[in-house]
Design a protein around this ligand. Structure first.
Ligand SMILES: [Fe+2]
Ligand SMILES: [Fe+2]
Length: 278
């Protein structure tokens, strides 16, 4: 068995345009790595600025997106699930990008006198996130097919990758924005969706959203843990440094209402995010 270079795996997934292939390639790398954990190495393959994506969906500016109407209709349900599938597809790329983008900081590669080097566990954590996101995408994609909907049938927006591009030179900024703001926002909004589908007696949708919510708590936690690791290495105060990065890289205020309980499970402290809210 040859070595499995995680940066190569990352670049191969990022360069896969077809959404289902991207998710399935991720799952197959996870399976290979679970079978041969001792063969994993961190190479030096460099990711492109943008990942490959399918021709559809058409990517619109966030404020050009059609409004969702008729809550409770099948059309509104599949439109919402399609929007979440699009977020999960972005999340696959974001997790793999974390692996490859910051590989130069790996302790086996980095200069000896840099204040921060990253252990193998950093890369394995984001690998596990990529695996979860691929699972979430495939759950939604398979479910949408039962309603004769394909990923790409509705337009989507490109807001998520913008955050990745803006933070590609700065690990702390990437962690502060992607898991600790954007994925944490998912914790706030998903319970309302679960409550709505529960009220409609839609158990299949509720089951999928429950899997996603539970695993997203762990993604926020992983982001927060590595952000703290960065702050400790550089001697930054966690709260004020996170707030400064959010003010610099995130447009606008954080939205209420917050899901304080799930945020707390992820180690997000109320005093950190309340001052940034509207
Ligand atoms: Fe996800
Ligand atoms: Fe996630």
């Amino acid at each position: 068995m040859e070595f499995i270079d995680l940066t190569n795996c990352a670049c191969n997934v990022l360069r896969t345009a077809n959404a289902e292939d991207k998710a399935k390639l991720t799952r197959s790398y996870i399976a290979q790595i679970n079978d041969h954990p001792d063969k994993v190495i961190i190479g030096k393959a460099k990711p492109d600025i943008r990942p490959a994506r399918p021709d559809k969906p058409e990517l619109l500016d966030p404020n050009q997106m059609p409004r969702r109407r008729n809550a409770g209709s099948l059309k509104s349900k599949v439109t919402l699930l399609h929007a979440i599938a699009h977020i999960e597809l972005n999340a696959i790329d974001l997790a793999w990008d974390m692996v490859a983008r910051f590989a130069p900081l790996y302790e086996g590669h980095a200069e000896k006198d840099t204040p921060l080097t990253l252990p193998m566990d950093f890369f394995l954590d984001w690998l596990s996130v990529a695996g979860d996101e691929a699972k979430h995408f495939l759950l939604l994609n398979d479910y949408l097919k039962t309603f004769d909907v394909r990923y790409g049938d509705f337009p989507a927006h490109d807001g998520l990758w913008e955050a990745a591009e803006k933070t590609r030179h700065d690990l702390a900024a990437r962690l502060a924005i992607v898991p600790m703001v954007l994925e944490a926002r998912g914790l706030d909004v998903t319970p309302h969706m679960i409550a709505n589908f529960t009220a409609q007696g839609d158990e299949d949708t509720v089951a999928i959203l429950n899997v996603i919510l539970e695993e997203e708590v762990n993604h926020v936690r992983i982001g927060r843990v590595w952000f703290e690791y960065f702050c400790t290495a550089h001697g930054h105060d966690i709260e004020s440094y996170w707030q400064a990065l959010v003010r610099e890289y995130f447009h606008g205020k954080l939205k209420r209402p917050f899901n304080h309980d799930d945020r707390f499970k992820a180690g997000m402290i109320r005093d950190w995010y309340e001052p940034l809210a509207d």
